[in-house]
Write a protein that binds this ligand. Structure first.
Ligand code: A2P
Length: 344
């Protein structure tokens, strides 16, 4: 029996992407319930051929569903995920709230789908941070072949990481910047302005001087890859791009790396395309990736002074690969394994 599904955050950027992917990938569900804040209650949204009325989370009875996808922010998950699991629903959560909980698997299906063989003790499967997902998908293959000593990553993260309102603010601030210094514009998300700028701060600062986003990439990579001592250090930067995160990744391995073999290995990973396989000068950019459902790689180069180290450039759609697609692929794996079943 296909599971009955709730999407919490259905009116948001990730929720909308998830509904679109459920249709395009033919994810089968018995019932579908769209849930958001009381601001959106009563709104009618079309999914596939059918219309659904949005329900406020306060008014939703989670015992009506087998699985609930949460992408309505950390505060909403902290409050309502326990209510949903208590009611018997399995939760696939897209926030930071439960990612490091030992009873909650943190899953990237291309890396650690085996975590989904059993129903998690907490009743929750956590979806990792948007920049961590494409990184670990590549590191897995490298670790298995050459062993990863350490990785140094700089991210170039899109405004859509903050949802629809992040993209709107990028557009409005760009228009205001073009109008000149007297334009009427007040920033709410990005300070200083993201228009014609780059901001080396995502999420809050920690006492270490790193940001929480940078800390997430370290601890989540370790948990997903099962490498508790993995050395990953990151600078996370917001850039004036609407959608798709990019990353410059430097990896030092235990053994010398052959570039041609590395390119072949990366290209053979599931749902990864290496653009410089034919011409070394080909590279992906956020504005020009031809498919949003794969991780795009380019600029693969072994360093001149250290044959054990290499650089690569990656681009991945943060709303899809980094959020909704990963969450849905967790759902698909759960169904395929019989871990998630509808109740007749
Ligand atoms: P709403 O549209 O009713 O505010 P985005 O990531 O694009 O900003 O979207 C955030 C999603 O989270 C939206 O669906 C939003 O619903 C939902 N959301 C935000 N705050 C709450 C809340 N307090 N309770 C339930 N849903 C919420």
């Amino acid at each position: 029996v296909p599971p009955r599904v709730a999407i919490v955050g259905a009116t948001g950027a990730v929720g909308s992407t998830l509904m679109e992917l459920m249709e395009s990938r033919g994810f089968r569900y018995g019932e579908l319930h769209l849930v958001a804040s009381s601001r959106s209650a009563g709104r009618v949204l079309t999914v596939g051929e059918r219309e659904y009325t949005v329900v406020a989370v306060e008014d939703f009875d989670f015992s009506r569903v087998d699985v609930a996808f949460f992408s309505a922010g950390t505060a909403v998950s902290e409050k309502w995920v326990p209510v949903a699991t208590e009611a018997g629903a399995l939760v696939i959560d897209n926030t930071i709230a439960f990612r490091m909980d030992p009873d909650t698997p943190l899953v990237v299906p291309q890396v650690n789908a085996h975590e989904l063989d059993r129903r998690p003790a907490s009743g929750i499967v956590a979806n990792p941070n948007c920049s961590t997902i494409p990184l670990v998908r590549l590191l897995r293959g490298v670790e298995d072949r050459w062993g990863v000593r350490n990785a140094v990553v700089s991210t170039y993260q899109a405004a859509s990481g903050l949802g629809y309102s992040g993209v709107e603010e990028l557009q409005e601030s760009s228009r205001a910047a073009l109008q000149g210094p007297d334009a009427d514009f007040e920033a709410t998300h990005f300070r200083p302005t993201l228009a014609f700028n780059v901001i080396p701060k995502i999420d809050r600062f920690l006492d270490s001087g790193f940001t929480l986003e940078e800390e997430k990439m370290l601890r989540e990579s370790r948990k997903i890859l099962g490498l508790p001592h993995l050395d990953v250090t990151t600078t996370c930067v917001r850039v004036p791009v609407a959608n798709c995160h990019s990353e410059a990744v430097y990896v030092e391995c235990q053994e010398p790396v052959d570039r041609a073999e590395l390119v072949r290995l990366l290209a053979a990973l599931p749902e990864v395309r290496v653009h410089d396989e034919e011409t070394i000068s080909a590279f992906p950019t956020p504005a020009v990736v031809d498919s949003s459902d794969i991780v795009h790689v380019g600029r693969v180069r072994v360093t001149q002074n250290n044959p054990r180290a290499f650089w690569l450039w990656l681009v991945a759609d943060n709303l899809r690969i980094g959020a909704a697609l990963n969450a849905l692929q967790i759902g698909e794996e759960l169904v395929a394994r019989g871990t998630l079943e509808g109740r007749p």
